[in-house]
Design a protein around this ligand. Structure first.
Ligand code: ZN
Length: 233
């Protein structure tokens, strides 16, 4: 009886849809896990950038502090020299030189202050990022664990469905099953048998000619959609 074969194919299609869905979910897990880990890597990258920035600024600051020290030494020497000069002219020239050095020192000191402020900012930013990282890591590891459990369950369910399928296939007419499989494997949505709804193939949504609908109604043979070749019922 063709009706019986169609009934069995409809059940088979339902099982195949479930298998398809479960396999899809199982196969998408590695990409999901990667996406989760990427969230962590993004923050780690930002932290590394902050650390690098901090190092650069600290180095810059140290250089400037060394510069200040060497100017201070120079100034001390000039201060000492002040007591030994003989003429007013020499004395005044030294005072000008000392003033120049003092100005240079205070300029660099200002730059050092700005750098210190920047350092503080970066340290604050880094701390916030570290806290964020900790939270996200906890959240993501938990999520990944949950996903893994879900995948384990899906794998078990999949095994059951596959056994169920095997049993059913044994009962289906070989030719009908082969046709079904040939169509299914050619379809991206994995669907090989579809219902006629209001004269329309619900696989490709094309309007079906009346003679096709009539042939399906007679239930004497397996009828395929002329457009998408899916089995109709
Ligand atoms: Zn169709």
């Amino acid at each position: 009886m063709i009706t019986e074969e169609i009934e069995k194919l409809i059940i088979l299609q339902k099982i195949d849809e479930e298998i398809f869905e479960k396999e899809g979910e199982i196969n998408s897990f590695p990409e999901k896990e990667k996406r989760f880990n990427r969230e962590i890597e993004d923050i780690e990258k930002k932290i590394k950038e902050a650390k690098d920035d901090l190092k650069k600024i600290q180095l810059d600051r140290k250089e400037k502090e060394l510069e200040i020290r060497s100017y201070e030494e120079e100034k001390n020497n000039l201060d000492k020299k002040l007591g030994t000069v003989k003429t007013n002219k020499e004395y005044e020239a030294l005072l000008i030189e000392i003033a120049n050095i003092k100005k240079k020192i205070s300029d660099i000191e200002e730059e050092v202050l700005i750098l210190m402020e920047k350092e503080e900012e970066i340290i604050k930013k880094e701390k916030i990022l570290e806290e964020e990282l900790k939270k996200i890591k906890e959240h993501i590891f938990k999520k990944i664990e949950e996903e893994k459990k879900k995948i384990e369950n899906l794998k078990k369910e999949l095994e059951i469905k596959k056994k169920e399928r095997e049993e059913l296939v044994k009962e289906i007419d070989f030719k009908a099953y082969n046709l079904y499989e040939k169509i299914r494997k050619n379809k991206k949505d994995n669907i090989a048998i579809v219902k006629i709804e209001n004269g329309i193939c619900s696989g490709c949504f094309m309007s079906l000619p009346t003679y096709i609908v009539e042939r399906v109604k007679k239930k004497k043979e397996i009828v395929q959609c002329e457009n998408c070749s899916r089995i109709l019922y």
